[in-house]
Design a protein around this ligand. Structure first.
Ligand code: FAD
Length: 336
C-alpha cells in the first residue's frame, strides 16, 4: 500500500487514502489519529543503504498538505558502503571499531588540506597511506561518520581512489581471530556481494547516503509547560497526525550517533502509543459523518490515476529519477 494523501478537515487528521501497488486499487482508512512511520528518504539520492521503499514520498506529500518539516537538509552519509547494482550495502561501523584501517596508495606529488588548515603530502608513492590516522592522530579511523566520509571523498577527488575509482580500502586482514569473529556479519555481507574474502584482501568501500535526521516536525511539550495537557508529544502541526521513527525530525540534530536510530524508533513509538489514547479521549468523532468526503477524495485519486495511466509523452520516469538523484548527489550530500 502506498500512501497517497491525508484526509483532513479543519486541520484535524481524519484518515488516509492509499493505493494497493499490486492491483492499483485506491482505498481509504478512516481514523481520528494517523501515524506516519515511513522511514528515511535515501532513494531521493538514487542509491543509498536504505530500503527501496524509503522514498520520502509520504513526508513530501504531507508537506504539500501543510505538515511542517524540520531539518530536512540533515542527511547522514555513511563512510563505509559497498557499491551494488540495485542498492548499496552497509559495512558496519563495528568493522572500524574492531580495528579495520582505511587506506589508499600514497602519492607525494599531491597535497591535501589537513584539519589544521595546513597542506601536506599525500603519503609516499606506492606505499599504503593511512590518511585518517595521519590527519586525526587522536581518533584515527574512529573519527565520526561525517568526517570520515568527507576525507574519503577528498582523497578520491585527488585521484587517489583505488583503481582510480571512487573507492578506498577498508582493511580487516590484520585483525585477530577474536576481532574477526565479532564482525563476521559485515564480512559475510561483503563476501556475498563481491565474491572476495575480506579476511584475505582489503574491502573496497565508498561513502553512501544512509540516514535521514530531519523529517516531519513533531511537538515535544515539556512536562512543566503550562499547556502540556493540550499538546501531544510526537504530534505534528496537524491535529491527530503523529510522526515517529526515522520519518520524524526529533532527537538527532545534525549528526546521528551510531545505534541511536533504533533507540529513537522504539522510544518515539512508545511515546506515541501513550499520547494517542490521550488525544483520542479528547478528540474522537463519529467517523461515519465523513463518508461522503471520503468518496470524493477517492474519486479525485482515481481521476489522477487514470490521467497518469493515459499519459502518452516520451518522458521516462526512471531517467527523471536518475537525473534528480545525480543533482542531489552532486550538490547536497558530502559537499554543499
Ligand atoms: C543498512 C542499515 C543498517 C542500519 N544499522 C543500524 C544500527 O545498527 N543501529 C541503529 O540504531 N540503526 C541502524 N540503522 C537505521 C535504522 O535501521 C532505521 O533508522 C530504522 O529501521 C527506521 O525504522 P522506521 O520504522 O522508522 O522506518 P523503516 O523501517 O524504514 O520503515 C518504513 C516503512 O514505511 C513504508 N513506507 C515508506 N514510504 C511509504 C509510503 N509512501 N506509503 C506507504 N508505506 C511507506 C516502508 O515500506 C516501510 O515498511 C540502519 C539502517 C540501514 C539502512
Amino acid at each position: 500500500w502506498s500512501f497517497l494523501h491525508l484526509k483532513y478537515k479543519n486541520n484535524k487528521a481524519k484518515g488516509a487514502i492509499f493505493q494497493n501497488l499490486h492491483d492499483l486499487n485506491i482505498f481509504a482508512i478512516k481514523a481520528d489519529a494517523v501515524v506516519v512511520a515511513t522511514g528515511g528518504l535515501g532513494l531521493i539520492f538514487g542509491k543509498s543503504t536504505n530500503s527501496y521503499a524509503c522514498t520520502g514520498a509520504a513526508n513530501s506529500i504531507l508537506f504539500t498538505q501543510g505538515m511542517k518539516l524540520a531539518n530536512p537538509e540533515f542527511i547522514q552519509i555513511h563512510p563505509t558502503a559497498i557499491l551494488g547494482e540495485d542498492k548499496l550495502r552497509l559495512i558496519s561501523e563495528a568493522t572500524r571499531a574492531e580495528g579495520a584501517r582505511i587506506w589508499v596508495y600514497g602519492d607525494d606529488t599531491k597535497e591535501i588540506e589537513f584539519p589544521d588548515g595546513s597542506k601536506k603530502k599525500c603519503g609516499k608513492v606506492n606505499e599504503k597511506w593511512y590518511f585518517l590516522e595521519e590527519m586525526y592522530p587522536e581518533y584515527k579511523n574512529l573519527v565520526p561518520r561525517d568526517i570520515a566520509a568527507r576525507e574519503i571523498l577528498k582523497v578520491c577527488e585527488l585521484g587517489l581512489g583505488i583503481d582510480k575509482k571512487d573507492q578506498v580500502y577498508l582493511d580487516a586482514t590484520h585483525l585477530s581471530d577474536e576481532a574477526l569473529k565479532k564482525i563476521e556479519a559485515p564480512l559475510e555481507t561483503y563476501k556475498k556481494f563481491t565474491g572476495e574474502d575480506p579476511k584475505k584482501s582489503p574491502m573496497k568501500i565508498f561513502v553512501s547516503v544512509h540516514y535521514t535526521m530531519g523529517g516531519g516536525w513533531a511537538d515535544w511539550p515539556a512536562t512543566d509547560d503550562i499547556d502540556r495537557e493540550k499538546r501531544f508529544r510526537q504530534m505534528t502541526n496537524i491535529d491527530g497526525l503523529f510522526n515517529i521513527g526515522e520519518s520524524d525530525y526529533l532527537y538527532h540534530g545534525a549528526n546521528r550517533l551510531g545505534a541511536n536510530a533504533l533507540l529513537a524508533c522504539i522510544y518515539s513509538g512508545l511515546v506515541a502509543a501513550k499520547e494517542i489514547p490521550r488525544f483520542l479521549s479528547k478528540n474522537s468523532s463519529d467517523l461515519k459523518e465523513d463518508e461522503l468526503d471520503i468518496e470524493k477524495e477517492i474519486e479525485l485519486e482515481e481521476k489522477q490515476k487514470q490521467k497518469l495511466l493515459n499519459q502518452k509523452g516520451d518522458e521516462n520516469v526512471f531517467l527523471l529519477h536518475q537525473e534528480m538523484a545525480n543533482i542531489m548527489l552532486k550538490n547536497v550530500t558530502v559537499k554543499r
